[in-house]
Design a binder for this molecule. Sequence first.
Ligand code: NAD
Length: 278
Amino acid sequence: MTKADRIRDKVVVITGGARGIGLATATALHALGAKIAIGDIDEATVKESGTARDFEFYGKLDVTDLASFTAFLDEVERTLGPIDVLINNAGIMPTGRLIDEPDKVTRRILDINVYGVIIGSKLGLARMLPRKRGHLINIASLAGETHIPGLATYNASKHAVLGFTDTLREEYRGSGVHFSSVLPTLTNTDLGSGVSAPKLLRAAEPEEIAAAIVKLIASPRSKARITAAAGFTAQFMNRLLPVAVADAIGRALGSGTTFLDDVDSERRKAYEERVRQD
Ligand code: NAD
């Protein structure tokens, strides 16, 4: 069976699908014949993206609101049929030192990046378990396997997504539902605007993350790290080296300042303003 045969006609829901990695993934899957539903808190942009690409379903979704999430999934199933794949992708990444992070921003990061993934998984599972099939894909980050100054709460949120998703895989082993985590490196989307990759690593394009997700759906695996080079570096530094050595190498490569002093704050301003509001 080809990759396209495994994707065709699958009903795939993608949260935070109005732009960036979610939109690139929706586009790649749609091209292979999947039925796509994108939801996003940014109603104008999700409608624009959905219309422009002729997706089967698009609309407003706030992943931090259980009622909104439930209603969105119900409507998708009424329109397109049972959900085969749910991609919990919506996420935000405000940058800066913890001490300067307003409490409402801290809560918002955890609300979207962690609570949103947890309720999404719960709602998805409730639909998939009785059917004994389905695939939950949670978008974490390589930031979930490492620690990066300027991203403390974001790091915590992505470590949480990885632990959560691994736990579900064991808790629902044999249920027919697959569980995967996706760990992208810094990727050229709005979320990474004004940030440059540390030495020796390059930023990925959203299409590269999308291609990895397509592969995961065709052949489910527990984790996909993208790029392979960044994934290898993160694994090597954080699993094989003593912490002090890994931290020193990280500092030498510039990761200590990537999300602090090296940020181009002019280029990043619009993103920070957008995600810091209620
Ligand atoms: P992005 O900012 O381009 O897109 C994220 C989308 O999520 C936006 O359209 C936004 O409106 C939406 N969103 C925010 N809050 C929401 C809510 N409450 N409900 C529904 N939608 C909401 O970001 P991206 O780079 O495409 O990021 C997608 C995922 O990939 C995130 O989970 C992010 O943490 C992860 N990731 C991104 C990078 C990167 O460097 N871009 C790296 C690793 C992981």
